[in-house]
Design a protein around this ligand. Sequence first.
Ligand code: DQA
Length: 150
Amino acid sequence: MADSRQNPLILVVHGPNLNMLGKREPEHYGNRTLEEIDAALHAKAAKLGLEISTFQSNHEGAIVESIQKAVGRVQGLIINPAAFTHTSVAIRDAVLILDVPTIEVHLSNIHKRESFRQRSYIADIATAQISGLGASGYIYALDALAQLIT
Ligand code: DQA
């Protein structure tokens, strides 16, 4: 059924271990918690005239289902698949089904790290990738989506 919201809706998906931000390898991921990042995204979305729905899971299938549930309901996707970036054909396929402008975000610069992190199953199907700008990367992604979809 078509969604009756007035503002475009953006789904924000955070993958495994991102619920531990603030406690987790701050040299790579900074000091901000996921709650702080989501709060900043909500504030930015309000300024841009967007709505966002945020979702975090440590489980691949739950992430696939969150993307499937968004089909026909959201106009854009911001996704940090975290470790699943480097392994998950299932998340890639779900993003293809969703078929909306998609920004892949990584807090760290995955291209400057171990070789296994340099392969992304999302990069070639995303509209763009933002990698290495810390929590600000999510804000830039939202700005970019606002321009792409409004
Ligand atoms: C990450 C990079 C991934 O390689 C890693 O597994 C993460 C976080 C990032 O945001 O920099 O969990 O996606």
